[in-house]
Design a protein around this ligand. Structure first.
Ligand code: HEC
Ligand code: HEC
Ligand code: HEC
Ligand code: HEC
Ligand code: HEC
Ligand code: HEC
Ligand code: HEC
Ligand code: HEC
Length: 335
């Protein structure tokens, strides 16, 4: 290669890099930068190439989960849903031409948790964001049917017929799924209303759920409503209507759709009760177990906080599972 040609090539190379630096190259349609996602930890990346040179887009999470989206002529947008982890997540998005990166982008997402204190609140730089507004749905509606097509109370025979399924199927991919969710009756809870704790979110999404959610839960769980109302003592998170602090309303790998197994769930908020020292207050004695042994009162189950405490209501103080402190011990310790 003679000098003139080399200079010319370098010139072209320099020119292309400079061009990509100012060119949009790729539009990141979803998600917003520094968005907050809650316990579900699902986030959808939607990209739209703005330059004919873009042949593929590589998405990589900070746990090295990688997906390559191949561009086809005539398709405007490309979509992929990722499962994230609690806390800070960094997703890198690279527009590729001839195996070279034309332009790289990142999206930072924070996943919060209701039961893990360390992740309860997102740092200040992150912002709560909502997706389902007419303006944002407009671009998707070229390819996805965005309308609600559920008949209230009537389960889908073929759930893939729900218009929500295509984009949200992963929400129910767990060991146990809650009836209204697995039947894709999403709007039985996502009724667009808000409650006293999320009044400020009115009209930011079509599918808000009231917070507190209890009135919605108890509409279906009517028997519980009657049973619980009559009890003398009520556990604060249940009493204030925040059923979803402990239960995942959609699905979970834990029985009763608990966000964590019972012992982990309770100790997430009551760390000082881990050692069982509160059960028997005798100086010098061994601590009472609170887990990792069999529960003599519940066949086949392990001892946990709920062996002695009802998570919702009780007629005895301290939410005991028995009618009094006296009768509690004899549930397991027969003389
Ligand atoms: C040009 C057509 C087109 C547009 C516009 C479009 N999508 Fe998609 N989307 C698709 C196709 C095709 C699939 C199926 C891809 C597959 O299954 O591999 C898909 C799949 C998805 C999925 C499921 C991804 C997964 O990994 O399961 C989500 C979520 C999604 N789109 C969201 C959106 C959102 C949000 C918008 C609007 C911001 C949008 N899409 C706009 C064509 C489009
Ligand atoms: C084109 C894809 C698409 C379809 C169809 C869709 N959603 Fe979504 N939805 C999203 C995306 C993207 C988000 C933002 C969270 C994420 O990144 O996954 C979202 C968020 C939500 C949220 C959280 C609140 C908000 O607005 O951000 C709810 C609730 C929800 N969707 C319910 C539904 C229901 C119910 C349906 C069916 C009537 C539905 N979605 C259909 C893509 C879709
Ligand atoms: C039993 C009530 C209930 C049903 C049924 C239900 N949801 Fe939810 N959903 C909630 C509540 C409550 C929240 C608020 C956040 C939380 O507790 O996780 C929520 C949150 C969400 C979110 C946002 C998660 C986030 O990151 O903030 C999405 C998306 C969602 N629901 C989609 C759906 C879809 C799709 C369906 C139908 C398959 C559905 N939901 C059915 C109660 C419900
Ligand atoms: C649209 C009606 C409906 C709503 C709303 C509803 N549930 Fe349910 N739920 C059911 C049905 C039906 C079952 C029984 C089948 C099953 O286990 O999925 C059930 C089962 C459960 C179970 C398993 C234990 C049992 O009694 O079978 C729990 C826990 C639960 N729901 C909690 C909730 C919570 C928390 C909410 C509010 C976030 C809620 N439900 C809202 C209909 C509903
Ligand atoms: C502090 C956490 C917590 C809160 C808040 C909570 N639950 Fe529960 N719930 C549990 C646990 C733990 C279990 C399992 C109990 C067991 O295994 O004995 C459970 C079990 C259930 C069951 C299964 C049947 C039963 O009674 O054991 C239903 C139904 C239920 N909860 C509904 C609700 C509703 C509705 C609300 C809101 C009014 C709510 N829960 C609030 C922790 C909670
Ligand atoms: C989301 C946080 C949270 C979770 C999870 C939680 N609690 Fe609580 N609990 C509270 C709050 C708040 C109070 C009331 C203030 C206090 O006494 O600390 C309370 C009070 C109690 C009390 C004392 C009630 C009284 O009458 O003095 C008991 C017992 C209790 N919780 C047991 C449990 C058990 C068992 C679990 C697991 C099923 C659990 N908690 C899960 C927040 C939580
Ligand atoms: C073997 C039965 C038993 C087990 C297991 C148990 N507790 Fe208790 N708990 C009690 C008794 C009895 C009391 C009332 C004793 C007292 O404080 O006078 C009590 C009181 C409490 C109180 C309220 C009083 C206070 O000191 O604040 C909380 C909160 C509590 N327990 C939480 C838990 C949690 C969380 C677990 C699981 C890690 C758990 N307990 C496991 C029997 C038990
Ligand atoms: C839900 C069942 C349950 C309840 C209720 C319960 N315990 Fe226990 N307790 C156990 C189990 C299980 C062990 C461990 C036995 C073992 O190590 O084999 C234990 C151990 C003990 C020990 C230690 C004894 C030893 O062998 O080292 C004492 C003391 C004790 N419990 C007192 C009480 C008192 C007092 C109460 C009432 C406040 C009570 N327990 C309520 C299940 C229970």
């Amino acid at each position: 290669m003679n000098d003139r040609l080399r200079r010319c090539c370098l010139g072209v190379l320099f020119f292309t890099v400079a061009l990509y630096a100012t060119d949009p190259v790729l539009e990141i349609t979803q998600p917003k930068q520094q968005a907050v996602v809650h316990d579900e930890a699902l986030v959808t990346i939607v990209v739209a190439p703005q330059h004919e040179g873009v042949k593929s887009v590589i998405l990589t999470t900070d746990t090295n989960n990688t997906v390559t989206l191949k561009m086809h002529s005539g398709q405007s947008h490309y979509c992929h849903t990722f499962q994230l982890h609690l806390g800070d997540n960094n997703i890198s998005i690279a527009a590729i031409r001839d195996k070279k990166v034309m332009k790289a982008f990142t999206r930072q997402i924070f996943v919060t948790s209701k039961v893990d204190k360390a992740y309860r609140y997102a740092p200040k730089k992150y912002e709560k964001s909502f997706f389902h507004t007419d303006a944002q749905e407009k671009v998707c509606s070229h390819c996805h049917d965005m309308r609600v097509n559920e008949i209230p109370g009537v389960a889908f025979e073929d759930v893939s017929k729900s218009n929500c399924f295509g984009c949200h199927k992963e929400i129910n991919f767990k060991k146990y799924a809650h009836a209204p969710s697995i039947n894709w009756l999403c709007t039985s809870c996502h009724n667009g209303k808000t409650g006293s704790f999320n009044k400020a979110d009115a009209n930011v999404t079509k599918f808000s759920v009231p917070d507190p959610i209890a009135p919605v839960c108890l509409k279906c769980h009517e028997k519980k409503k009657k049973l619980w109302k009559g009890k003398r003592f009520h556990h604060e998170p249940a009493d204030s209507g925040r059923c979803n602090k402990c239960h995942n309303p959609h699905a979970s790998n834990n029985f009763n759709y608990l966000r964590k197994p019972a012992w982990e769930l309770c100790t997430g908020c009551h760390k000082d009760k881990i050692d069982g020292g509160h059960v028997v207050k005798t100086f010098g004695r061994k601590m009472h177990p609170t887990h990792k042994v069999k529960d003599p009162s519940r066949k086949g189950k392990e001892l946990s906080c709920v062996s002695c405490h009802n998570p919702h209501v009780s007629n005895a103080p301290f939410m005991l599972q028995s009618d009094s402190l006296m009768s509690l011990c004899s549930r397991c310790h027969k003389k």
